[in-house]
Design a protein. Sequence first.
Length: 308
Amino acid sequence: MNHPTSGTGPTGTGTGTDSETESETETGAGVAGEHGADTGQLLREAFAEAAYGFTPPPVPLEAIERDGRRRRRRRRTAAVGAGCGLLLIPLVVALTLRPDDPSSTVQPMAPPQASADRSPSPTPTPTSTPTPTRSSESTGGSGSTGATGVFTPGAGQVRIVAVDERVTTEQGTELWLTEDGKHWRDPDPDTGAFGPDEFRSLVDGNLDTTEPGLTMQGSGSATSGYTVHGLFYGVRTAAAGVRITAYDGTVVDGTVLRLRGDTGWGVYYGHVKVPEELARSLDFQDPVHEVAVYDANGKVIAEMDFGP
């Protein structure tokens, strides 16, 4: 007995038709996909070609700069306006607080009327301004202060000496300079005999000679007063005078000693008188309050305060 093969009968025929339809559908989809891919590639190429052919416009630099300048001017104008406003605030406050009483208003003074019989006003007599009491060493001369207030050293206030040259003060103290410092010896107040030689070194490392400075030594008695002397050092210009301010404000113009050719240091001395009663008082401490060394222009080049 023969059986029908697949696809020959009704059922088989139906199965074959479905398979052919599916195959045609897949083939159509594949063709459509290929056409879509080709279209996208063509669009990309067209856009790229158009982009390469496009030239961008130049940047408007001048317009940007003008705009920036306008902005800066506006900010500057605003800042100036704010500053003016702050300056006007005190004026507004003053005008607001001013009393309204007419009697408190200051009226400008009318100019004087000229008259034929008017006599000229007398010329005012100049008055002198009091100055501190000053004294000077007999060996040193005296300085002076001009109208401008500049100290002018007097003649003899500076002595240029040689190494080991002895200088005797009015009260008998002997001073001499060497290249390494100051030497001196004081007479006994009662007998007049000299004591031992003394020395103040400039180079032993105890003084900072890179900066201006002063030292002070002295001797004396309640009856004869006090001779003070010391080193000055570290100065940049030549010393032309020294002023010693005493305990009571009296200014003493002393004397400067310098070695020839060396302006960086030197020695000063002066004499301070003290009333005997005060000098013997237990409350009396220092006869000198300040020492100042000047140059030729009146500028202080070294000073020291020795006051209480």
